[in-house]
Design a protein around this ligand. Structure first.
Ligand code: FNR
Length: 335
């Protein structure tokens, strides 16, 4: 991990209620996938190209992945995250502790709305309308959650509910129910719902949580605007591969037809470079944003993004400004 990010993580752990720290940090089951997401990057090396000359681009191919309940990290919650993003795309969780309209109002750049399709399609449609009215630029449908993941740390702590005064604000006053309603996961959600959502809105519809290349092909066939290769930061099924290990086959299956974002375990500028070399268009970051937010609010999130931007451009320059699959090898390989 980048040392500045490690420092923010340590500070976050020191200031957070240990139950909330574990909610953010933890994964599902034995946390095998949680560890592997980061380890997958460490198992790879970059073979730079040299003497290429020319100007290095300054694009910063990073999105803020959707994570729930930012007010558990900092009283300003998602408002601080949105302000800090400063042009970086914020994918705002449906489970945010600030309503989506306020998140968009606080942001200076694009905000996308992450959606769990609700079994009651009237509720789903109202959520989509809220996102549209707020001015969101895309919908990101999370597909890897037919049921809630079983997070051992939360179970051990008996952590089920938000503290008094906090709520999933987007779930308030929907479809005739006063006050916030619970977010439901549904195993009935299918590709047909992607079609229904596309019919319901002119917003681009992304799908998040794809690991199998055949699902990536189906996603493209169903007209998605982009795919997020993700295992939910090791929080859904503890038997899946590291998301980085799933990336090359998905990128091959998609073959450039739509953008492919990778999230899970990205902790440095070098990690961003490796993901791009393996076929990602951009990466999403989850926990590092939460550590920055908990450690220092808006300034902490800004620091996370600044550190990653600076380090990524440094690595990219070291690599001659281009990244391609042939430049990634396993550590210990012999030429
Ligand atoms: C998440 N993630 C997530 N994803 C989603 O689609 N909707 C959500 O509400 C949440 N909530 C959430 C809460 C917390 C505490 C974490 C850590 C993660 C998953 C998230 O979008 C992303 O896929 C991972 O966090 C990426 O992995 P890293 O960067 O945390 O390793």
């Amino acid at each position: 991990m980048n040392p500045a990010l490690a420092e923010l993580h340590d500070k976050a752990r020191a200031v957070l209620d240990p139950v909330h720290y574990d909610f953010f940090a933890g994964g599902v089951g034995d946390e095998v996938v949680l560890a592997e997401n980061e380890a997958a990057f460490r198992s790879l090396a970059l073979l730079p190209r040299v003497l290429r000359g020319g100007k290095i681009g300054t694009d910063f191919p990073v999105l803020i992945s959707p994570t729930a309940f930012h007010k558990l990290a900092h009283p300003d919650g998602e408002l601080a995250t949105a302000r800090a993003a400063d042009g970086t795309v914020v994918v705002s969780s449906m489970a945010s502790t600030v309503p989506i309209a306020d998140v968009v109002a606080a942001a200076t750049g694009p905000v996308w709305f992450q959606l769990y399709v609700q079994p009651d399609m009237a509720v789903t449609e109202e959520l989509v309308r809220r996102a549209e009215r707020a001015g969101c630029a895309a919908l990101v449908v999370t597909a890897d959650s037919p049921v809630f993941g079983r997070h051992r740390r939360d179970i051990e702590h008996g952590f089920h509910d938000l503290p008094a005064g906090l709520a999933a604000e987007n779930m308030r006053d929907l479809a005739g129910v006063a006050g916030p309603r619970d977010i439901a996961m549904s195993a009935d959600v299918s590709w047909e719902h992607i079609g229904r959502l596309r019919g319901m809105t002119s917003l681009p519809v992304w799908v998040k949580g794809v690991l199998h290349p055949a699902d990536a092909v189906l996603a493209v066939e169903h007209g998605v605007a982009g795919i997020v290769v993700s295992n939910h930061g090791g929080r859904q099924l503890d038997l899946v591969p590291a998301s980085l290990d799933a990336l090359p086959a998905v990128a091959d299956a998609v073959a450039g037809r739509v953008p492919v974002v990778l999230d899970g375990g990205v902790r440095s500028g070098g990690d961003i470079a490796i993901a791009l070399a393996l076929g990602a268009t951009a990466v999403g970051i989850g926990r590092p944003v939460l550590w920055g937010l908990a450690a220092d609010g808006e300034a902490g999130v800004r620091r996370v993004l600044d550190v990653l931007r600076d380090e990524f451009l440094h690595v990219l320059t070291m690599c001659g400004g281009v990244l391609s699959r042939d430049m990634v090898v396993h550590r210990g390989f012999r030429c």
